[in-house]
Design a protein around this ligand. Sequence first.
Ligand code: NAD
Length: 268
Amino acid sequence: MNSYSLYGQSALVTGADSGIGKGVALALAQAGAKLLINYAHNQAAADQTVSEIKTAGGQAFAYQADVSHEAQVQAMFAELYKQYDTIDILVNNAGLQKDSKFVDMTLDQWQTVININLTGQFLCSREAAKEFVRRGVVERVSRAAGKIICMSSVHEVIPWGGHVNYAASKGGIMMLMKSMAQELAPHKIRVVSIGPGAIQTPINHSAWETPDALNKLLTLVPYNRIGQPEDIGKLAAWLASDEADYITGTTIFMDGGMTLYPGFSDNG
Ligand code: NAD
């Protein structure tokens, strides 16, 4: 077993029935982790993720829970412990957009996005951290007592008009992640964020579904391609492994250069 292996580790990925979450779940399973595939509504899609993992020789089960609902999150962790005894890796991936011009944004649009994108990460991280602190490090499994990976976005640093609820949720995740990392590091718990740029998933299909839309999007991406869920999956698997054991409290952007302010590449 090399240090990149996640063999024997138990992982929970929220929103793992679609897009980036599915890509992350497949990559963790490929590295040897046992998975809980969380989903909100689409059981058929979650079952499909489970089936792909099992076909490849891995272990997984699907579980429905709304990450913004405290009791549902706690019930999900209880089921995880029933099936796998403990947790080693949490990936807070679930998220959505409810876009609106700022002056027209309803309180419901604001709260839905904050509740799912930000409070959901708080609720799941709190449950995982409790178990990491209780159990501590198991040397034969990992050098860390536990790993929390938060799916943030380039919009934790790039402001986004028309999406202030989403950008605020991702800015919030940045300080949630850093503050958790600071508090939990003495317990040997690592907390990191991934900041994806444009990844081809259902959340942003209008940005890539036509050649014109894709060309417009690519003006924001110096590397000139749209990212894929597999790109993020490989990064998440590495971040969860002992290869990344000295990384905590920071965001790794994976964005083809979107945070390089490409509008300034020709003198601004
Ligand atoms: P997606 O729409 O394919 O997936 C979103 C997932 O979140 C789905 O599995 C959905 O079931 C789940 N979800 C939504 N509400 C939920 C709830 N209440 N409880 C549990 N699960 C819930 O989109 P995606 O692009 O794969 O997004 C995944 C994450 O990546 C999100 O946090 C998103 O903000 C982030 N992200 C995506 C991009 C991108 O370009 N696609 C860029 C930056 C960040």
